[in-house]
Design a protein. Structure first.
Ligand code: FES
Ligand code: FES
Length: 178
């Protein structure tokens, strides 16, 4: 039995698709329930629906890391992630790093080591760095450089970013030299 083009068109008719899905997320510790279009990326949900504009849209194609956030403690490119895929997840954005007025040690280290210039890549760099520390695999500056290679900085702040991350990594490991 052959399938006509009209059959396929009818089956995929947008009128038959649900226009929105309900998604529940815990974002920076706060429960959020939203109706989102199925094609909404996590990045757009954060920026457009929740007004969490700290997470930046750079390339929107998974190539620059500006949109990096943590989902259940793991770093991901939010521009490549559909919000409906993360229903029930815990999301941390750069807005969730500080505890009130107290900056996260990574934020302190970035300031101390002059690790940003225009700052556009910085939220993604910070979230990625926290994901890196959570992973616990990077033991040297070269490991950090490799593990942070998905986060691009058009200002070339890389040396200071690496130094800042290494400082926090060493502090977490009790100052052990590697
Ligand atoms: S905006 Fe997501 S990787 Fe560039
Ligand atoms: S500090 Fe400007 S893009 Fe990284």
């Amino acid at each position: 039995m052959s399938t006509s083009a009209k059959d396929l068109t009818d089956r995929a008719s947008p009128a038959e698709l649900p226009s929105t899905h309900q998604v529940s997320l815990k974002v920076n510790g706060v429960e959020k329930r939203m109706e989102v279009a199925p094609w909404t990326t996590l990045l757009d949900l954060l920026r457009e629906s929740l007004d969490l504009t700290g997470t930046k849209k750079g390339c929107d194609h998974g190539q620059c890391g500006a949109c990096t956030v943590l989902v259940n403690g793991k770093r991901i490119n939010s521009c490549l992630t559909l919000a409906v895929m993360k229903d029930g997840a815990e999301v941390m954005t750069v807005e969730g790093l500080a505890a009130g007025e107290t900056l996260h040690p990574l934020q302190e280290a970035f300031i101390e080591h002059d690790a940003f210039q225009c700052g556009y890549c910085t939220p993604g760099q910070l979230c990625s760095a926290l994901g890196l520390l959570n992973e616990g695999k990077a033991k040297t500056l070269d490991d950090i450089r490799e593990s942070m290679s998905g986060n691009l900085c058009r200002c070339g702040a890389y040396p200071n970013i690496l130094t800042a991350i290494e400082k926090v990594r060493r502090e977490r490991e009790g100052g052990a030299e590697q």
